[in-house]
Design a protein around this ligand. Sequence first.
Ligand code: ATP
Ligand code: MG
Length: 443
Amino acid sequence: MIKISLPPKAAEIIARLEAGGYEAYAVGGCVRDSVLGRKPQDWDITTSASPREVKSVFSHTIDTGIAHGTVTVMLGREGFEVTTYRIDGEYEDGRHPKEVRFTPNLLEDLKRRDFTVNAMAYNETEGLVDAFDGIGDLRRGVIRCVGNAKERFTEDALRMLRAVRFAGQLGFAVEEETTEAMRVLSGNLAKVSAERIQTELVKLLISPHPEELRLAYETGLTGVFLPEFDRMMETPQNHPHHCYTVGEHTIRAVANIRADRVLRLSMLFHDIAKPACRRADENGTDHFHGHQQAGSEMTRRILRRLKFDNDTTDRVCRLVRWHDDRPELSERSVRRAVSRIGLAQYPELFEVKRADILAQSDYERREKLAYVDAYERIYREILGRQQCLCLKDLAVTGRDLIESAGMKPGPGLGAVLEELLEAVLEDPEKNTRETLLALAKKS
Ligand code: ATP
Ligand code: MG
């Protein structure tokens, strides 16, 4: 017998619904994760009670998704989503059920769920309810649709990307019939909103197995929402530093970096313009001049298309823009690099560089890594000594120039400040009020 220890508040909600004469279970992801010994993100509860009945049992509730039968029950500060057993009506457009119908039957509710491992319910009275051998699939490490895969993907095309995402999160394989249905129906993903795709893509990227991207490519899914990735998969790199196609290098680079959203997105896009920038020289060696700048511009367009927020977009684009910038290893050059790239991109830039190198061929790997180590060491020394790296670190402001150096407000002022910054990046000793005012008077 499988026993799951419910958090006290989830157990309390279930008990109170049962005391009111209704059925209630923990369901979906939390049951799956508990059986696997993983910590569930949140505890969803499914019940035979209608939303109105749920609201009558608890004193504090929020109508989160009342049309779909979801009420959030607040116990103290903690909220739990309680959803009435439902059947999703006919899907008219591969995205939304035309209507949802409530049902008194738990099995009907489990049947509408996407994968067997996500279609189990549990409470302390009945134990585990597992009508589709979700436990067997958890043991085998398999993602399998509930029922007929083609039908389920025709109802909601996003499920195909979710299959890849769960494979990445759980380290599972997608079962053969399910994979085959994805190959046939991947084109339907075009009907799904960018927001829903973004959510699943990010979960896949920050999962322990982002290399499952390869499955998204092989089944045709990336071809729908990220055709630029398919171009990378098709682009060889004939160069001693490389031993993979751009796409295979990219997949490895993503897997090599910390599971952070911005970092993983940056690795996904760092070489996105290589297919467009590829030129072979007379020896047949490939070069990709300009791919950083072009890549950062492409990345901006793609992230906008996928409806990413501006902050994420800016951070990723900057890391793409400078991922292969290699200043000379002197304090002066590093100060200039930091000032040009922007302090905010550090120290992530070093992580990006290392992940990139580790996804290349062995050729000169040790030297390349030693370079990044030395770059980072110099960067940290500069930070440690609090050297000036941007206008706001200068010992004078525009106001000082007006009040003490007799300058006039206007665009000329900005240019002088830039010149002073140049001088200070060159020689940090110059960052004193007297020296800078004297320099400003001369200019
Ligand atoms: P996570 O840990 O990411 O929250 P999860 O399994 O809880 O994983 P959710 O997206 O939160 O995934 O969905 C909760 C449950 O709702 C799933 O376990 C599944 O039973 C069901 N579900 C979610 N989306 C779909 C869908 N598109 N089609 C069918 N069932 C779905
Ligand atoms: Mg969830």
